[in-house]
Design a protein around this ligand. Structure first.
Ligand SMILES: [Zn+2]
Ligand SMILES: [Zn+2]
Ligand SMILES: [Zn+2]
Length: 150
């Protein structure tokens, strides 16, 4: 009887540690979100997915990074686009909300150092007859200020 009691207690502990693990999971998730947000806050330039995964590889796995990026994009905090090689990049949004998430500004990729920056200029997307435009990605390729003045 005593033994089965002890056994049950152990189960309960296991259950508790399970709960703890779940709570820890949430905390860790928030920490991961903070970590990624921090990267975007500290850097004005865009990050490629490969770079983001590398920067956070000690703290979280690839899947978590992808999940957080998806979530942040849905919330209108960051936007994504593809570069000329088809690689996905993410950059901070300016004044976007989950409902109004329009980032039609062009991006500039430096062919020397590879950095991509958001350009604070507006590009007028022409109205195409009998077509509806959902997204537009404009990538200007050239040399950035840092490389030009090096
Ligand atoms: Zn946006
Ligand atoms: Zn450059
Ligand atoms: Zn941008």
């Amino acid at each position: 009887m005593q033994h089965s009691c002890k056994y049950r207690k152990e189960n309960l502990i296991m259950c508790q540690s399970c709960n703890k693990f779940v709570i820890m999971g949430i905390v860790r998730k928030t920490k991961s979100v903070d970590l990624i947000l921090d990267l975007f806050n500290k850097n004005v330039n865009a990050f490629s997915v490969v770079h983001l995964v590398k920067l956070t590889e000690k703290q979280m796995n690839k899947t978590t990074v992808y999940r957080i990026l998806d979530r942040l994009e849905e919330e209108g905090i960051i936007h994504s686009f593809n570069d000329t090689n088809g690689l996905r990049w993410y950059a901070k949004c300016k004044g976007c909300t989950p409902k109004s998430h329009l980032d039609t500004h062009p991006h500039f990729q430096c062919s020397s150092c590879g950095t991509i920056e958001c350009l604070d200029v507006s590009v007028i997307i022409p109205a195409i007859k009998d077509h509806k435009v959902y997204t537009a990605e404009i990538i200007l390729v050239g040399e950035c200020n840092t490389c030009l003045t090096r």
